[in-house]
Design a protein around this ligand. Structure first.
Ligand SMILES: C[S@@+](CC[C@H](N)C(=O)[O-])C[C@H]1O[C@@H](n2cnc3c(N)ncnc32)[C@H](O)[C@@H]1O
Length: 204
């Protein structure tokens, strides 16, 4: 019993401290993180232009931060929900994109604790959220994103890759996503200045 309590308490404390750390960052006035893109990433633009994201799809931006990608995608005709567990990030997203055209909503949500509306999204974007999820919570992340997808939902995922090879990073992501998803393509990229990987994923 004592052992079980220890095992469950540690990840909960870890998750809380992660959230608090992100909230502290997003609360800083003028917070301009090193990974923030100055423009919408080419892979996101290409996912729209090529039809990888089905035109007009309901799209979930997981860990949307201050919402630049979500706002741009709404402007392109997608029906976008941006979620982030940091309230200051969502407050900033709402105030910075209050006038943004299109269908755009932002919500405070911890993707490891709460499931988005079921079978709702045909498109998912995760730029820089999944790779920071503590390993003990990856199964919760997966469960919640699986429940909000439909068969064929397409996802574009970006992860930093500073310390491992591309192959190792991709295998790490495959471990979490297979077999519920299929990895369609992978490519080296950068998250601003930081080396990373972009992965195109399909819900089976
Ligand atoms: C590296 S930032 C990327 C922000 C945004 N996607 C972008 O590209 O500008 C990662 C974001 O994920 C959020 N995040 C981390 N864990 C989360 C979780 N469990 N649920 C929701 N958001 C989370 C953080 O608050 C942070 O805003």
């Amino acid at each position: 019993m004592r052992r079980l309590q220890r095992v469950t308490r540690v990840p909960v404390a870890q998750r809380r401290s992660k959230r608090r750390s992100w909230e502290a960052k997003w609360s800083q006035e003028g917070y301009a993180p090193y990974w923030q893109a100055q423009t919408v990433p080419d892979e996101v633009k290409d996912a729209v232009d090529s039809g990888w994201f089905q035109p007009g799809a309901a799209l979930l931006d997981i860990g949307c931060g201050s919402g630049e990608n979500a706002a741009w995608l709404a402007e392109q005709g997608f029906e976008v929900l941006g979620v982030d567990f940091s309230k200051p990030a969502i407050d900033r997203a709402k105030s910075e994109h209050v006038e943004a055209p299109g269908s755009l909503e932002f919500k405070v949500m911890d993707i490891c604790r709460e499931a988005p509306p079921p079978a709702r999204f045909n498109a998912l974007l995760d730029r820089g959220c999944f790779h920071g999820i503590p390993r003990g919570f990856r199964s919760s992340y997966m469960r919640n994103i699986v429940s909000c997808c439909v068969p064929g939902t397409r996802m574009l995922l970006f992860a930093e890759n500073r310390t491992t090879t591309l192959g190792q990073r991709v295998r790490d992501i495959e471990k979490a996503f297979l077999p519920m998803f299929e990895i369609s393509r992978t490519a080296k990229t950068h998250l601003a200045e930081v080396p990373g990987v972009a992965i195109w994923i399909v819900r089976r």
